[in-house]
Design a protein around this ligand. Sequence first.
Ligand code: PLP
Length: 397
Amino acid sequence: ALSLSKKAQAVKPSSTLEITAKAKKLKAEGIDVVGFGAGEPDFNTPKNICEKACEAINSGFTKYTPASGTDELKKAICQKFSDFNHIKYEPNQIVISNGGKHSLTNIFEAILNPGDEVIIPAPYWLSYPEIVKLSDGVPVIIDTTKEQGFKPTAQQILEACTDKTKALILNSPSNPTGMIYSRDELEEIAKIAVEKDFYVVADEMYEYLTYDGAEHISIASLNDEIYKRTITCSGVSKSYAMTGWRIGYTGSSVEIAKLMGSVQSHQTSNPNSIAQKAAYEALVGPQDAVEAMKEEFDKRRKYMFERISKMPYVSTLEPKGAFYVFIDAGEVLAKEYKGKVIGDIANFASILIEEYNVAVIPCADFGCDEFIRLSYAISLEQIEKGLNRIEEFLKAL
Ligand code: PLP
């Protein structure tokens, strides 16, 4: 009688937390650890945004708001979708939630029935399969390779389709690979989605963080048919250094927005009123802080790519977006360290943290068990120190 939920028990706790916990423990012991694990900007939220939040508090904007968010913020989001993404949404197509992760949860709650399949190209952000399973869906993983830029081919998607396929998750720019889908690639995927009649969940959380002139393209902007089938998901966490504020949002059909809004109304009521005022300022206020953060990320990205490209036994593709470098460490795994074969990626990460005091994310839970992810959301000085240590380790193998 005291048994627990099978669904909750089937959820894999986040493996990234293990390394982070180890790094924290070592730091607490006074050890100088370099942490490449960060999934959030190291910058503070821009001042103009913080000030608007203080104003909200002081003026008493501290009560419940409509469940799916304020009209003011919805209108600002529509404007941003129109200007930046070239997608037309009306305020009744927008649902504001408690972060991008919550938006994704709402989406799958709104579209999935038990047993529905969701195609997820690997490498993927580790929460996708778990969020799908929590909504009674079945993740269907497509493996991609470095040679294909970690993006699925049309053929692969077609082969993954069954009569239960409900949706495909597309993440561009991608966490963990830093890859971006081109217009042509999106056109091809859109064609399949329309032909096979499934939804596309477009996670565009890192849309502002693209480099080398790479353009962010939203699949929903391509044509009416794919627009109808796409739920576009974004938020202020990564672009505006607002991870702690917890504001995410979606644009979708009115029908899906209604369902998401009613699910949310029972689960969390509305997103935080103060954070909505702050997010409004983020979207409509001056954008210079965003540009400055992006420039800084770009410098780090170039430095990381150059250094890692010269290291033995590892290789990487130049990231074009987000703030991660995704490294193929397959060759390292066959090497011996202190007389023992390194063997698997978790062991590699564990040697790096314990012996070299560098925290990296082993990507087995991202669907790639020979890769590590390094974030460049840390200072250049830290990056240099950490890369020196990794290089020292690799050169000694
Ligand atoms: N989508 C991707 C690809 C992410 O990497 C993250 C955060 O790590 C999110 C969504 C969730 O963002 P939020 O912090 O707004 O929940």
